[in-house]
Design a protein around this ligand. Structure first.
Ligand code: ATP
Ligand code: MG
Length: 503
């Protein structure tokens, strides 16, 4: 390889937000055909660096060069023109337009004469070359998350990008979809594209990247060639110390707190139908719900969150049927949930960290004194939660939208767990968390169980379920089967049930 293969270089990039230095004199270079994994703890500065590269943020120091040419800071237009494409942590598609129109939007305008037919031809060719299958005529609103992501990538490729940046692209994908994405990325890299890939999943990083760059506290902690790296070496660079493994002790389940009795639920806009679902969650146990997403998890979560009531059968809380869809009443009754989509129903971005932590309790009447909000108590709660959950932010008054992805997730965990709920719905509890934060969350979920909570963990990550669950349920095509205690199960058996076959 010669230096002319270098398509992108970042030199001495520094970005400060007030007192915080999010990027501290960072250097990075990328060659054609490389897949560079960017790793680091939550808040290490990964997204910030990519936002500078893409012109969303202006760096305080340093330069970005594409093919040797300096990129003007703070200009997304210039970044696009230079051939930099970015697929964000949260998609930016127009839901009411078709995939094809979304791909054209911003490049040529929707009303360009004869544009549509030519565009279709070009996109179809890109699909054939890359393997990014998607129905171009369907409205984006009706596409799955995986399909939306493919539209985002197609949109970038349509603009002839030379560098493609993906910020945690697999956090929202099923394991099968993730494999499909890796095949596409390898193919694109083989054709000369440079790829930067941000992920917290070390297995993925080891399988798809060619080189690994680790950030810590805004600085470069180290760089590895993937072929010479292993999990331990990477984790050590990320956190500067070995990550302790979480030990799960035996459960001592007591009385039933929540029960599904012959539940039927019709399909809704955000959920699948359920048939004949029956199971119980007991105090002091963690039940893992395994399954490929889209098989009924959304329906089960909606019922436990009070967003729906069964069409037939009943969900019983402390022995009493829940008869009304009333999420606040359930929160008040001691049911807590970690929502799957934390950007949409997790936090209010324009509110402070303190307000976001208190919001559910405020609604149910806490933190009020003589009809007024007790701001001091809310501040105190937030300050202790920030310390206990290691939420990296400037303080309780910081707006939640300024937190990094993983730190938003920690905020939600603090809100859920600090109230000592009796029933916990943990939907993808560690999505987007770094390895250290993941084991911390696991430790806390087990601690909640040990003080008597009933926990349902929904996850597609079998490693996570085996780390947490005392017993397994498996959901497939709207039906739930009881797979029994986890110590009598292995991944193969659960995998068969997930695919709808008897183990
Ligand atoms: N616009 C902003 N204003 C103030 N602080 C910010 C802003 N954007 C990012 N930060 C802070 O900069 C730091 C780095 O955030 P960044 O989003 O780059 O982290 P990250 O490595 O992507 O983390 P994660 O893995 O959680 O996504 C965090 O402390 C974050 O709160
Ligand atoms: Mg990020």
């Amino acid at each position: 390889m010669t230096s002319t293969d270098t398509v992108l270089s970042l030199e001495g990039i520094t970005k400060r937000f007030g007192k915080l230095t999010a990027n501290d004199h960072l250097d990075l270079s990328l060659r054609r055909g490389e897949i560079l994994a960017l790793l680091g703890e939550n808040g290490a500065g990964k997204t910030t660096l990519m936002n500078i590269l893409f012109g969303h943020y202006v760096q305080d120091e340093g330069v970005v060069r594409v093919n040797g040419e300096m990129l003007p800071p703070g200009s997304p237009g210039a970044a696009l023109k230079a051939g930099i494409g970015m697929v964000h942590q949260h998609f930016a598609l127009a839901e009411n337009l078709s995939g094809l129109d979304n791909i054209r939007l911003g490049t040529e305008g929707l009303f360009a004469l004869g544009g549509k037919a030519a565009a279709r031809k070009k996109v179809e060719q890109i699909i054939a070359e890359s393997g990014l299958e998607v129905d171009l005529d369907r409205k984006v609103a009706s596409l799955t998350v995986g399909e939306k992501q493919r539209v985002e990538i197609l949109k970038a490729l349509y603009r002839n990008v030379r560098v493609l940046i993906l910020d945690e692209p697999t956090a929202v994908l099923t394991p099968q979809e993730a494999e499909g994405l890796f095949t596409v990325l390898r193919r694109l890299a083989a054709n000369g594209l440079g790829v930067i890939f941000i992920s917290h999943k070390l297995g993925e990083v080891l399988s798809v990247s060619t080189r690994i760059l680790v950030l810590r506290g805004g600085r470069k902690a180290g760089e590895l060639v993937t072929a010479d790296a292993d999990r331990r070496a990477i984790a050590d660079l990320m956190v500067g110390k070995a990550v302790a493994e979480v030990k799960r002790t035996a459960a001592t389940p007591a009385e039933t707190l929540l029960e599904f009795s012959d539940v039927h639920l019709r399909r809704g806009s955000t959920r699948e139908s359920l048939r004949n679902v029956g199971f119980a969650l007991r105090a002091g146990e963690i039940v893992g719900l395994a399954g490929v997403s889209g098989n009924g998890q959304g329906g089960i979560a909606a019922l436990i969150s009070g967003l729906a009531v069964p069409d037939q059968g009943a969900v019983l809380l402390y022995g009493e049927p829940i008869t009304r869809a009333d999420p606040r009443a359930l929160v008040a009754a001691g049911v807590a949930r970690m929502p799957e989509d934390r950007q949409h129903d997790g936090v209010v971005g324009t509110m402070s960290v303190a307000d976001n932590i208190a919001i559910e309790e405020v609604r149910s009447g806490a933190f009020s004194r003589m009809g007024l909000l007790d701001r001091k108590a809310m501040q105190a709660r937030a300050t202790s939660a920030i310390a206990a959950y290691d939420i990296r932010c400037p303080g309780p008054d910081a707006e939640a939208r300024l937190l990094s992805g993983g730190n938003v997730q920690k905020l939600i965990l603090a809100r859920v767990l600090e109230r000592e709920p009796r029933v916990i719905l943990a939907n993808q509890p560690t999505r987007g968390l770094d390895v250290g934060a993941q084991s911390e969350v696991h430790r806390r979920i087990i601690a909640a169980r040990d003080r008597g909570a009933a926990v349902l963990v929904i996850s597609e990550d079998l490693d996570e379920l085996f780390a947490l669950a005392d017993r397994f349920l498996v959901v497939h095509a709207g039906e739930v089967s009881d797979a029994g205690p986890s110590d009598r199960l292995d991944r193969g058996a659960v995998g068969l049930l997930m695919a709808g076959q008897a183990a």
